[in-house]
Design a protein around this ligand. Structure first.
Ligand code: DMJ
Length: 570
């Protein structure tokens, strides 16, 4: 009897709580509809004030000139097994086609700046790292794209305060009000896209457009939406190509769009990693032009012939065809094509079947052509097909987004073996850090294929730098969210500590380093990539969060630069 009473009271409490949350959501939606301003906690007046390194195959290499401005390789830059891991998974019982995310519970609007928000000790350490980097960026490079923490100087890439716009949502998610308000004020008063400057469509989309959109969604502050729209309008001329596959570059003022200076083709990942952002821009502005432009590209690429779902890394904007002799890789220039197949499908409520099909085909292609185990410890990795044919056991650190993406696919109902592969790849990506003397990963590794050797990983001298990249900690975040296996946090903490030890400069901030194999002399590169603040620290902060309401993955999908965008289920 007592027991029944308790259950009854419990149920009533739950019902009441649900009703209250429902009321808040309703009120908030109503406010947004009437454009009355931001959701709870971010209302006006509440506060006082407002690269991817790759090594190209010989036939592609000749066309490129190294340029450190392009850390994603999308422009000129080249750039002790423990078997217990697989048994440790605490996965929810699922089968293929079961499309419910079971360990996420989302509710009403989130008050990011609630003074009562609780943080774990590790989250506080990550917040401190963000504040530290921000402080010196603000002191020595405020309003400029990139910061050089050794020379305490700055440089421009697109001339749009890239570090600020890329980092706003990290400040929000971390609850850092002062840093957020600095950024908001700068965006409102100083950010202009009216610049006679050529920009790379992909880079400015994932970092600046994505950053603004995400800031808009987290705050409902129209200033971000208006800037995003202005930028979107200036990028649209890229799509006026004979094939509708966008040119890689456009002048923000004149609208003149063109192929990259270094060659005739756009990178495949570039033209297929703008869809989340342009679609979102259309949805929030009720202007279909952006979404239409990128849908045409996606559908066009869907109809092109592929090798078992795998695509060459170059595509021509004039002909609309792939360069068939180009390399197939999940690293530079290929990576986020695969990421956005899955994420676009998720963003659009899992209704666009062709995206799911292309993603599933690609994973089959990986299994058939690229997935191998190293010697002697059988680390699973994703290699490359040079020239589209010849297997190379090379893996960019960039590929380490794949465990997280495959885990996300599994959580959205895709086959169980995707999760098994994700689990093994996550371990490999961790080992890329763990096996180095600095405990930081190099930019590129080669996996040993010959039995008898003692080392699984081979690092060439030119590949031994670390650019503070996010992909491994990104995957650890997804793996932890979905499995709650503590080892992913332990791995993330170890990586964070290594960043603190080798990349932090007292009185300067954080910098990329030259050599992860030389703990005595890692050598600073004098560059803070904006993705360290936008992605690396954000994913670490989320990895250490105990709060299931913080960016729930049944409501948000992260773009390729870690900017959360809403999922549109309707
Ligand atoms: C980021 O700019 C994005 O994550 C991109 O998709 C790939 N590389 C960098 C970070 O490494």
């Amino acid at each position: 009897m007592e027991q029944e009473k308790r259950v009854y009271i419990q149920k009533m409490k739950q019902k009441l709580a649900q009703q209250q949350v429902g009321d808040i959501v309703k009120k908030n939606k109503e406010a947004i509809r009437k454009k009355k301003g931001p959701p709870l906690g971010i209302r006006e007046g509440k506060f006082d004030r407002g690269v991817d390194g790759d090594q190209l195959p010989p036939e592609e290499k000749g066309q490129l000139v190294r340029d450190e401005r392009f850390p994603n390789g999308n422009e000129d830059e080249d750039n002790d097994r423990d078997d217990s891991v697989d048994g440790n998974l605490n996965l929810p019982p699922k089968s293929a086609g079961d499309d419910v995310i079971v360990d996420q519970t989302s509710s009403g609007p989130y008050d990011y700046f609630d003074p009562k928000r609780q943080y774990t000790e590790k989250q506080k350490a990550v917040q401190d790292a963000f504040k530290f980097a921000w402080k010196y960026y603000k002191q020595y490079a405020w309003g400029h794209d990139e910061y050089h923490p050794i020379s305490k100087s700055h440089s421009e890439w697109f001339g749009v305060g890239l570090t600020i716009v890329d980092s706003i949502d990290t400040a929000i998610i971390m609850g850092l009000k002062d840093e957020y308000l600095d950024a908001r004020e700068w965006v409102d008063k100083s950010l202009t896209f009216d610049k006679d400057k050529d920009v790379n469509l992909f880079e400015i989309t994932i970092r600046a457009l994505g950053g603004l959109l995400s800031a808009y969604h987290l705050t409902n502050d129209e200033v971000f939406k208006n800037k995003a729209k202005d930028l979107g309008d200036r990028l649209l001329p890229c799509f006026k190509s004979p094939s509708n596959v966008p040119f890689s570059d456009v002048n923000l003022k004149t609208g003149h769009a063109h192929a990259p200076r270094w060659g005739p083709d756009s990178s495949t990942s570039e033209v297929t990693t703008i869809q989340l952002e342009f679609r979102d821009l259309s949805r929030i502005t009720n202007d279909n032009r952006y979404e239409h432009a990128v849908n045409v590209v996606s559908e066009h690429v869907h109809n092109l012939p592929k090798k078992d779902g795998l695509v060459p890394i170059f595509i021509n904007a004039n002909t609309g065809s792939f360069r068939s002799s180009a390399t197939i890789t999940f690293g530079a220039r290929g990576d986020s094509y695969y990421e956005y197949l899955l994420k676009q499908w998720v963003q659009t409520g899992k209704k666009k079947d062709y995206l799911k099909k292309d993603y599933l085909d690609a994973i089959e292609g990986v299994k058939n052509h690229l997935l191998k185990e190293s010697e002697p410890n059988k680390l699973l990795y994703i290699g490359e097909l040079l020239g589209g044919r010849t297997f190379s056991p090379k893996m960019d650190h960039l590929v380490c987004f794949m465990p997280g993406t495959m885990a996300l696919g599994y959580q959205n109902g895709l086959p169980k073996d995707h999760m098994d592969i994700a689990t093994k790849l996550a371990r490999t990506c961790y080992e890329m850090y763990n096996k180095m003397p600095t405990k930081l990963s190099p930019e590129i590794v080669y996996f040993n294929q010959a039995p008898g050797s003692s080392d699984d990983l081979i690092v060439k001298p030119l590949d031994s730098h670390n650019l503070l990249r996010p992909e491994t900690v990104e995957s650890l975040f997804y793996m932890y969210r979905f499995t709650k296996d503590k080892k992913y946090r332990d791995w993330g903490w170890q990586i964070f500590m290594a960043f603190m030890k080798y990349t932090k400069i007292e009185g300067g901030g954080f910098s990329s380093i030259n050599n992860v194999k030389s703990p005595g002399n890692p050598g600073f590169k004098d560059k803070l990539e904006s993705f360290f603040l936008a992605e690396t620290l954000k994913y670490l902060f989320l990895l250490f969060s105990d709060d299931p309401q913080l960016i729930p993955l049944d409501k948000y999908v992260f773009n390729s630069e870690a900017h959360p965008m809403p999922i549109y289920n309707e």
